[in-house]
Design a protein around this ligand. Structure first.
Ligand code: ADP
Length: 649
């Protein structure tokens, strides 16, 4: 099929090339033979005196065309034209225009011409032509070739645009057509609910959509209406597209897939026209599913942040989408699924019943769900016996389904790079490290005194996290640069639904421990704490202005989940409150910094031991910390599990 296409494209190319070559050939042939030979005035009068001129034509009072008598070319005549061969000579005898020259003053020339005529008794005539006169052939040869070249160029450009423009038909004329990709029974990609791990709640909800599509009568019989759309909301990579594809696969109906940005084009009106086209196509294929990924590209709330009508085009597209969703009846059996991770900025009109009737939350997977996702993706890998899925799932909090798929793939690549015949547990850990922290940069040049500072900084984090009750359990601490960091302490945060102020404060204290350690040991601080400080500031801010966890501010939250309040340009609190907020944020951070310093001072010896070991070994695990600090003072389930796996050889 593809070969055929390429072949037909090639033959078109050759046809064009041959036609082009023919025209080019004619053009050069004609121009080399039909152009009169340039001569000067003296030569002309010489020819004239020999009686070989039939007539002359004066064009625009400045150019003279000379037509010779036919017998001027016969053998023995004194012609001035040198013929390279017999053919050329014949050509000239057939076309009587032979010479051309310029004159300065017409009157003077005319006078001289008459003198010569009288003197040599010549019958040659003189004509004048002041207007541009064109015969069709002349016009064609002067301009036709140019036009033909232009047409070829035009065709070439349009074919190029067509080829790169993509979309249905791939032509510029199809710009208003929808770019949706259709998956139907002819496609091999068959995804079912079995391929979607976890997401039990979401699956249950979309199961119903499958049911609507399979047997709509069951619901309409009782007077119910089939929902027109469902909105899948969740962070990127959590399996929204996968879920939508599974719905189509289970219901065995065609599936139109496109992204919100596919509606957007630089031309006005194209978006709306694409929406119309999409729905027309969908109705033809009904029952079917339309899946619009990243719908926030067009579904953003209207009328907000529209600076001088800059969003008109997007609004038109959204209006058209709303109209279409309203327009098709409940019996058309076209269900629109849309996905976004920014439901807060969506236009309320999209969310009202009758458009996207259902909202399905697709969240990052929890421990058990991660285990299931690992199971799905590990199926096609060659694993060693020591790979523990439960352990992998615990090591990957906050990972989305796509991240997990990536870990599995990356671990296979790492194992292959190390020429292993199967993938072992360590390959997965390396893959996770790589995905979280970026590529290891062992060769980065770091000065010894900088390295020492980094070691103390990281040892500070590790020490505090070991000694505080609510700090996240430490996995390892390293001074090997990775990605954009020079060293890092790796934690495995507890997966909790609620957080208390004590937990938040302990986390802030751990984050500030790096800088505190630097201050204690070197009596100076450095820029190495940038990332820590950024996180600390955000955490403290959220305690005061979002979660209402500050005594002075009280139970007030300035958070706006709709993102549509009028305060976007002005703060929703007074200057006085702003000052208190600033003071309170600063107070939390200072308190925790002093706390970290105090704890580290009390454990300065152990801190130094840890830093020195770190300088020596570069990576330390929980077991190494246990040797220095003894058992952790608080019960620590996850930490204990980590100890059994991670340790220095
Ligand atoms: P989204 O549309 O939410 O951004 P996708 O559906 O495109 O995410 O997911 C990307 C990839 O991640 C999928 O192709 C799949 O390999 C993997 N993935 C995500 N979630 C899951 C899941 N629940 N089960 C299995 N694989 C998943």
């Amino acid at each position: 099929m593809i070969n055929k296409k390429i072949k037909s494209k090639n033959s078109f190319f050759w046809i064009y090339a041959v036609i082009f070559a023919i025209f080019l050939g004619i053009f050069f042939f004609k121009s080399s033979f039909s152009t009169p030979k340039k001569i000067d005035q003296d030569t002309f009068f010489d020819i004239l005196s020999k009686g070989e001129v039939q007539k002359i034509l004066v064009k625009h009072k400045e150019t003279v065309l000379v037509y010779l008598k036919k017998d001027a070319f016969l053998e023995g005549s004194n012609t001035y034209r040198d013929f390279s061969n017999e053919n050329e000579r014949k050509f000239f005898t057939t076309y009587p225009l032979q010479y051309e020259f310029e004159i300065g003053d017409l009157q003077f020339f005319q006078k001289k011409f008459e003198e010569y005529k009288n003197k040599y008794n010549i019958v040659a005539t003189i004509d004048f032509k002041n207007q541009q006169e064109y015969t069709i052939t002349k016009f064609f040869f002067d301009y036709g070739v140019f036009f033909i070249l232009l047409i070829f160029f035009w065709i070439f450009i349009f074919r190029r645009i067509g080829a790169t423009g993509g979309g249905a038909g791939g032509q510029i004329f199809n710009i208003g057509k929808s770019k949706a990709k259709l998956f139907d029974e002819n496609d091999d990609v068959k995804i079912t609910f079995k391929d979607v791990a976890g997401l039990d709640g979401a699956k249950e909800e979309v199961q119903e959509i499958v049911d609507f599509l399979k047997s709509p009568q069951k619901y309409t019989k009782l007077g119910g209406k089939i929902p027109k759309g469902a909105l899948l909301i969740g962070p990127p990579g959590t399996g929204k597209t996968l879920l939508a594809k599974a719905v189509a696969g289970e219901a065995k109906v065609p599936f139109f897939s496109l992204s919100g940005s596919d509606f957007v084009e630089m031309f006005v009106g194209v978006g709306a026209s694409r929406v119309r086209d999409l729905f027309e196509k969908a109705k033809e294929k009904s029952p079917c599913i339309i899946f619009i990924d990243e719908i926030d590209a067009i579904g953003r709330a209207r009328g907000k942040s529209s600076i001088a009508g800059s969003n008109d085009e997007r609004e038109n597209t959204l209006n058209q989408l709303l109209t279409e969703m309203d327009g098709f009846g409940t019996n058309t059996n076209v269900i629109v699924l849309a996905a976004t991770n920014r439901s807060d900025i969506l236009d309320q009109a999209l969310l009202r019943p009758g458009r996207f009737d259902r909202t399905i939350i697709v969240d990052t997977p929890e421990l058990n769900e991660r285990k299931e996702i690992f199971c799905v993706h590990l199926k096609r890998l060659v694993l060693s016996n020591n790979v523990d899925i439960d352990f992998l799932a615990r090591q990957t909090p906050g990972f989305s389904g796509a991240d997990i798929a990536n870990v599995c793939n990356e671990s296979a690549l790492i194992a292959a790079r190390k020429n292993r015949s199967e993938i072992i547990s360590q390959d997965f850990l390396d893959a996770i490290d790589r995905i979280i922290g970026g590529l290891e940069k062992k060769n980065k040049i770091i000065k010894p005194n900088e390295k020492k500072r980094i070691a103390y900084h990281e040892a500070g984090h590790a020490t505090i996290s070991w000694l505080l009750e609510h700090a996240a359990p430490l996995v390892k601490v390293t001074i090997v640069p990775r990605g954009r960091t020079l060293g890092s302490a790796w934690y495995l945060p507890e997966e909790r639904q609620l957080t208390t102020p004590e937990q938040m404060k302990d986390e802030i204290c751990t984050l500030l421990a790096g800088r505190s350690a630097e201050e204690i040991i070197f009596s100076s601080i450095s820029t190495g704490a940038l990332n820590d400080l950024e996180r600390v500031t955000k955490q403290a801010q959220s305690m005061v202005v979002i979660f209402g966890l500050n005594d002075k501010i009280g139970n007030i939250s300035y958070y706006d989940s709709t993102g549509q309040n009028e305060f976007s340009f002005s703060k929703p609190y007074s200057e006085k409150t702003a000052q208190i907020i600033d003071e309170e944020i600063s107070k939390i951070i200072t308190e925790q910094y002093q706390r970290a310093k105090k704890i580290l001072k009390n454990n300065e010896k152990k801190l130094s031991m840890l830093a020195n070991q770190l300088l020596e070994k570069e990576v330390l695990f929980r077991e190494d910390l246990k040797k220095i600090f003894g058992e952790r003072p608080y019960p620590d389930e996850i930490g204990d599990m980590l100890s059994t796996v991670n340790s220095n050889p």
